[in-house]
Write a protein that binds this ligand. Structure first.
Ligand SMILES: CC(C)(COP(=O)(O)OP(=O)(O)OC[C@H]1O[C@@H](n2cnc3c(N)ncnc32)[C@H](O)[C@@H]1OP(=O)(O)O)[C@@H](O)C(=O)NCCC(=O)NCCS
Length: 215
């Protein structure tokens, strides 16, 4: 049994752990980064520390088994990243608070390449201003938790007047693509990426899906 409920500040550690444990196509982030604290500071803190109202967790046997975190205004998230997150991460790197080894340098360079090669799908933000990320722990998958989290988060978006929401994923996140498509998301853009070359078998396609409240 599980229960979907709003995030509480005391869930922060569990959500950070789960985010790091599932960051690599559902497996731990250490497959491509040296330090999970760096990953969470860069990619999770913007939600747990700035967008608490759009965060939901699934609790099972007293533990956080999954979460969905979103933002109603993706441009605002980009601004928070520029004004708060980036400086915290860079300061932490300068103070040697994070382990920055070969994996991290390779990932950083590839991310840069990804931006230069325009491998990130485009999303018309005026139509799909909101976005979300969903992850469920490996032991808890296949029990309906991901679908329940997404339905709860989408219902909150619609009731609070957000007209459209997008998600970023890849064709290798098969369960996620299936869930988005069966919930009514439509593919907005897809682009081949070299980000994961040598880390997963075969070519990977970045995908952006979108859904609107009146579809
Ligand atoms: C995607 C994820 C959040 C789904 O959570 P979940 O609790 O396992 O999802 P549910 O149990 O609600 O539903 C899973 C659905 O995917 C389907 N599914 C599972 N594995 C699948 C696969 N390999 N290919 C296609 N569909 C698959 C299930 O049949 C089920 O569909 P149904 O409800 O129509 O029967 C979870 O698997 C996860 O965290 N995966 C790893 C990280 C990830 O991909 N996150 C999303 C990043 S964009």
């Amino acid at each position: 049994m599980y229960q979907v409920r709003p995030y509480r500040p005391q869930d922060r550690k569990a959500v950070w752990t789960l985010a790091a444990d599932t960051a690599f196509f559902g497996a731990p982030v250490e497959q491509f980064l040296d330090d999970r604290a760096l990953f969470c500071a860069a990619f999770v803190a913007c939600y747990t520390d700035h967008e608490l109202a759009r965060l939901w967790v699934a609790e099972s046997s007293g533990a956080v088994a999954g979460y969905v975190m979103g933002c109603s205004d993706s441009r605002r998230r980009t601004r928070i990243f520029g004004t708060h997150i980036l400086s915290t991460v860079l300061r932490g790197m300068l103070q040697r608070r994070y382990h920055v080894g070969r994996k991290t340098l390779r990932f950083g360079l590839r991310l840069l390449q990804e931006l230069l090669e325009r491998a990130i799908p485009t999303v018309p933000l005026e139509r799909f201003p909101g976005h979300l990320h969903v992850n469920v722990g490996a032991q808890a998958r296949g029990r309906g938790i991901g679908r329940a989290l997404l339905e709860t988060c989408l219902a909150q978006f619609w009731v609070t007047g957000v007209s459209g929401v997008h998600v970023m994923t890849t064709d290798h996140n098969r369960a996620a693509c299936h869930l988005y498509e069966t919930l009514g998301f439509r593919l907005l853009d897809a682009r081949q990426t070299r980000l994961w070359r040598g880390l997963v078998a075969g070519e990977v396609q970045n995908r952006a899906y979108g859904i609107m409240s009146d579809w």
